[in-house]
Ligand binder design. Structure first.
Ligand code: ARG
Length: 563
């Protein structure tokens, strides 16, 4: 039930649309006065009356029913009390009917969203700096899919640049086939690091030549490049599997090399390209930005040029309604320039390009460092967290079945949740211990709550206690608060999509788990006073489990059956 819409449709405010009214209706922080509240200050000008008077008049005119049985005016606010039983009935019926689909909708039908995320660099470490883009993008992917959008997940691979010439040179001098085959990305990275430390002038020149050879289609150079690429991709794929991340396209920078010229020609034709110290640039001074460099003085393209070609390609290929770039805030300027240039080219879809920026993640023990060789690999963070999770689980429940599987879900989940719990633009300091706290604002807390709910349901099933036909009983406060939270889930998913903030769902999951646990402690479930009450509470338990599971799933976090 969409209460805001329901209320708005019954409020006679002339000159204001229902949607506008609905949007102004909020959930008060303290629900003692009401479950929904509408501030009437907004109408004062329109209705030429003081807010308090408006609230009184509207309260008197509002047609109460079993959905909204009570409306009161307090200090210029309209407070609405919702019909508890009616809400409980509708909400539980809907959740148990829709189960894993609860929270999904078809609002995005016919619309396409491209999401550029993770976008790893070939032959470079997949480090903790890639955590946020990968899990934020992965979560947004699921969220938009759940809302019925056609979603295109794009891994804009960093597979172009002079570093590949350096790598080939390093390999030729110091590399051994078996060692690289065996060591994979780590061996490749070691060669690259060594090149940067030890390469002579001669090797630098050689590297430039190798890069040119890759460019000109030389067979050996390209075979080496492809080999480095496949080793990198095999490595990152294992991490994507652990994080439940998928992509629909791996069109990276190299893919756009032959697609840049038409865009450059268009820039020229539109008179946007000017020469500046030998380079071809778009002047953005009047917008307070440095020039957008399209071609360097030696004629080489840049990261930015490839992004420009990529945007046009994506628009042409997918005809997106939105194209998101989930990239760290360090690239704010790059995307501002890019979007501006596309706007100056007269493309109306420039407004549909969105830089979803996020803050930096560092580790509590040993801040992230990108100094040579001192990289924190994401794989190590995941493994370490899974190890620690295994230890915590061992201590809590030595008899646990499928320990490894549970530790993987808990450990990996904790890292993912750590990156998704806060507003994305904030810098995060990740602490293993805090992330694995069973009583904290953590994924393990939510997972444990799910296991708790499931264990009650299993016990009931074992005792042959059914609850499919359970009727709503008179609700105690803990039950009602939980049901209200469950009813808010579909809107929560929409808000997360509208703000590109999976944290909205992460916070919802913790809050709802807290409400479940209050219910679990306050209300006897298996020992309820009557069979009818027991059945109703079991039903509520089942519904809460479904919703919490859906929330974690949208974040990309697994839910163990037992913990
Ligand atoms: N590979 C780039 C980096 O590591 C990120 C690419 C982001 N996507 C894009 N279309 N520019 O910084």
């Amino acid at each position: 039930m969409d209460y805001r819409a329901y209320i708005a449709a019954r409020l006679p405010v002339e000159g204001m649309g229902e949607e506008e009214i609905a949007a102004a209706i909020a959930i008060p922080p303290d629900t003692a006065l009401g479950d929904y509240a509408l501030p009437c200050f907004k109408f004062a000008k329109l209705m030429r009356k003081p807010p308090a008077k408006i609230a009184e008049e509207l309260a008197a005119a509002y047609p109460t029913d079993e959905v909204i049985p009570e409306v009161v005016a307090v200090n210029g606010y309209l407070n609405f009390r919702i019909g508890k039983e009616r809400l409980a009935e509708e909400t539980l019926a809907r959740i148990l009917e829709e189960k894993s689909q609860y929270g999904a909708s078809d609002m995005g039908r016919g619309k396409t969203v491209c999401i550029d995320y993770s976008s790893v660099n070939i032959a470079k470490p997949f480090h903790i700096g890639h955590l946020s883009t990968t899990v934020l993008g992965g979560s947004l992917y699921r969220i938009f899919k759940a809302l019925g959008y056609t979603v295109v997940g794009i891994n804009h691979l960093g597979d172009y640049g002079t570093q590949f010439g350096k790598l080939i040179s390093a390999y030729k001098h110091w590399g051994k086939r078996e060692e690289v085959e065996e060591g994979g990305i780590h061996a490749i990275n070691a060669l690259y690091v060594r090149f940067n430390e030890e390469a002579t002038e001669e090797m630098q020149a050689e590297a430039r030549e190798y890069f040119r050879l890759i460019e000109s289609g030389d067979r050996e150079a390209n075979e080496l490049f492809d080999w480095f690429k496949s080793l990198t991709m095999a490595y990152v794929q294992k991490i994507y599997d652990r994080l439940h991340i998928t992509f629909d396209s791996y069109a990276g920078e190299r893919f756009y090399i032959d697609k840049m010229q038409p865009v450059i020609d268009e820039l020229k034709a539109k008179g946007l390209l000017v020469e500046s110290r030998g380079a071809q640039v778009v002047d953005l001074e009047q917008y307070g930005m440095p020039p957008f460099i399209v071609l360097r003085s030696d004629g080489a393209s840049l990261y930015a040029t490839r992004d420009l070609a990529a945007a046009f390609y994506r628009k042409r290929t997918y005809d997106f309604d939105k194209c998101l770039y989930v990239v760290a805030y360090q690239q704010n300027l790059h995307f501002k320039q890019l979007f501006k240039v596309i706007e100056l080219m007269g493309e109306p879809w420039a407004k549909d390009l969105v830089h979803v920026a996020y803050g930096m993640v560092s580790l509590e023990d040993g801040a992230m460092s990108t100094r040579k060789g001192k990289v924190v690999w994401l794989e190590d963070v995941l493994s370490r967290c899974v190890e620690k999770a295994a230890a915590v689980l061992e201590e809590k429940n030595p008899a646990l079945e499928n320990k490894e599987d549970v530790a993987e879900k808990v450990g990996v989940g904790a890292v993912v949740f750590g990156a998704l719990y806060n507003n994305k633009i904030k810098d995060i300091v990740f602490s293993y211990d805090k992330a694995l706290n069973f009583d904290g604002e953590t994924s393990v807390y939510v997972q444990y709550t799910c296991a708790r709910a499931r264990s009650v349901l299993t016990k009931a099933a074992e005792g042959g206690i059914g609850y499919a036909d359970a009727q709503v009983c008179e609700l105690c406060p803990a039950e009602f608060e939980l049901i209200k939270a469950l009813a808010e889930f579909p809107d929560t998913v929409k808000t997360a999509a509208a703000t590109y903030e999976p944290s909205v769902i992460a916070r919802y999951a913790v809050g709802t788990a807290q409400k479940f646990n209050k219910f679990y402690i306050d209300c006897k479930i298996m020992q309820a006073e009557t069979e009818a009450l027991r059945a109703f509470r079991l039903k509520l338990c089942d519904a809460a489990l479904a919703v919490l599971t859906n929330a974690l799933t949208l974040l990309g976090i697994g839910v163990p059956d037992k913990m």
